[in-house]
Write a protein that binds this ligand. Structure first.
Ligand SMILES: NC(=O)c1ccc[n+]([C@@H]2O[C@H](COP(=O)([O-])OP(=O)(O)OC[C@H]3O[C@@H](n4cnc5c(N)ncnc54)[C@H](O)[C@@H]3O)[C@@H](O)[C@H]2O)c1
Length: 478
């Protein structure tokens, strides 16, 4: 967070400032700008759970930023610092993110003030079920109105509890599984959701590096191979991004910053080994094959090619921005750069791939999961229909061969299966995600390069997103 000396806007104000910068370049009809910007409603709940012999009171939030499309969508965060300003900022980012990647949702976000590490699993289950009950009875969890997902401090396990709680409260709702996404595969989830946000970060970087002019704007050249990367937060998003970049693109992860300090190794860290150490010991302290610093901030400021903040908001602020050396920052976390730091970096020429695009992989694959749940059909099978339509001639030919060859098909089972059953779910999810990340990048890029008054990707992303939200308000006649 900022040094005490420097007063910066809150997270929500920071998001609004970025929004206003984009709106000043648009020609929206009077009143529409405000309607889009404001948060529609935030529900605060305080509930008690009897644990360890006494009653504990917990505070939670669910904020609905925009219902221009329903259901609204956004994760549930478990962290001690959760507050109304934060959930409203995150809900607003969800509205713009969904519009940018064209998932048909409004924006929402929730949070519970809790340190999950302080509680046993069975205690967390009781707390989560009670929180889910409080939200579901007000339709703040509902397959057609409000669909949560994982965020910091939550994952598949919590989503399975939430889905089960909703199902118990709505036993006749045939679409109950679609009330939340990010569920484990055996509880209605979809392959590839856990990795989705980090995978999306990788796809976003691959798309960026497909455009040498864009790469040159960051003062870089070449491909991802050999690029020095520093990652802050080796949780769900940071780990998957770092793991895929290291193992599939040849990037060198030179720094990893965690809650208890940071590791640095110019030769490159073994991401899986660091992750295993964190899982075992709760942090990076003591990890043997790197230089350890108890002050994570020093590694954030190290030389590198790509900086990936993947933990908290507001980590690059007016107090440290002058020391940030990375020429390219990809915002895997939501809001890691404050509005003031953003302006400083823009003036310096640092290229920032903004959060609303960079971490949209999660909501994209959540959309696939929601569609899968509502369709009540195995995802691969549904996709097969499209495949078949596209390859109708091939399918006709296969059927003809089927009749002709009969049992002889057993000689080529893989070939036949591939065509007649469709690709497997993970393959489909990954290709759908890749396609989404490419298309969204193109839409931002057209604005970035196509308008003289647009000099950065963040404002380009806001322009595309706000334009789409405005169009849906106009269409609805509001
Ligand atoms: N999970 C998702 O699908 C998803 C989707 C979109 C955006 N995001 C955003 O990505 C960010 C991370 O989410 P996540 O799901 O990976 O959370 P997570 O809880 O899985 O991981 C967060 C990691 O950050 C570390 N951390 C905490 N405080 C830190 C500090 N001060 N310095 C360095 N590291 C610290 C934690 O120890 C943990 O390893 C958040 O901003 C979240 O809103 C997550």
């Amino acid at each position: 967070m900022p040094d005490g000396m420097i007063k910066e806007p809150s997270f929500r104000e920071s998001v609004d400032l970025m929004f206003n910068r984009a709106v000043s370049l648009m020609d929206l009809e009077p009143g529409l700008e405000e309607k889009i910007r404001v948060c529609n409603a935030t529900y605060t709940v305080r509930f008690g759970v009897r644990l360890r012999g006494k009653m504990h009171t917990f505070t939670g939030y669910r904020s609905v930023h925009s219902e221009h499309m329903e259901p609204v969508k956004g994760g549930i965060r478990y962290a001690l610092g959760v507050n109304q300003d934060e959930v409203e900022a995150l809900a607003a980012l969800m509205t713009y993110k969904c519009a940018l990647v064209e998932t048909p949702f409004g924006g929402s976000k929730g949070g519970l003030c809790i340190d999950p590490r302080e509680w046993e699993e069975h205690e967390l289950e009781r707390i989560t079920r009670r929180f889910a009950y409080e939200l579901a009875k007000r339709d703040l969890i509902n397959p057609s109105q409000n669909v949560p997902a994982p965020d910091m401090g939550t994952g598949e396990r919590e989503m399975a509890w939430i889905a089960d709680q909703y199902r118990r409260m709505n036993t006749t709702d045939i679409n109950a599984a679609a009330c939340v996404t990010g569920k484990p595969p055996h509880a209605g989830g979809i392959a590839g959701r856990v990795e989705a946000t980090g995978r999306g970060v990788q796809y976003a970087l691959r798309e960026f590096f497909r455009h040498p002019e864009d790469v040159a704007m960051a003062g870089l050249s070449g491909k991802l191979d050999g690029k020095r990367v520093i990652v802050q937060g080796l949780g769900n998003v940071g780990y998957h991004a770092a793991h895929f970049l290291e193992t599939e693109d040849g990037a060198k992860i030179t720094g990893i910053i965690e809650h208890d300090g940071a590791l640095f190794s110019p030769a490159g860290l073994d991401v899986d080994a660091v992750r295993a150490w964190i899982v075992k010991y709760g942090g990076v302290t003591g990890y043997p094959d790197a230089t350890h610093s108890s002050d994570g901030g020093t590694v954030l400021e190290q030389e590198c090619d790509i900086l990936i903040p993947a933990a908290l908001e507001g980590v690059i602020h007016l107090g440290n921005v002058a020391n940030i050396k990375a020429p390219l920052i990809i915002e895997a976390a939501n809001g890691p750069v404050t509005a003031g730091a953003d302006e400083y970096l823009r003036d310096k020429g640092t290229v920032i791939i903004p959060d609303m695009y960079a971490n949209a992989g999660g909501v994209t694959v959540s959309y696939f999961e929601w569609v899968k749940n509502l369709s009540h059909i195995r995802f691969g099978r549904m996709q097969r229909r499209q495949e078949e339509a596209r390859h109708q001639l091939v399918v006709d030919e296969l059927e003809r061969l089927d009749k002709y060859l009969g049992d002889a098909w057993s000689m080529t089972p893989d070939f036949k299966q591939k065509y007649l059953r469709g690709a497997d779910e993970l393959e489909l999810v990954r290709s759908g995600l890749d396609d989404t990340m490419r298309t969204a990048y193109q839409s931002m890029r057209e604005v970035w390069h196509g308008r003289d008054d647009v000099t950065d990707l963040r404002v380009a992303a806001y322009l595309v997103a706000i334009d789409r939200v405005a169009a849906s308000y106009r269409a609805a006649g509001l």
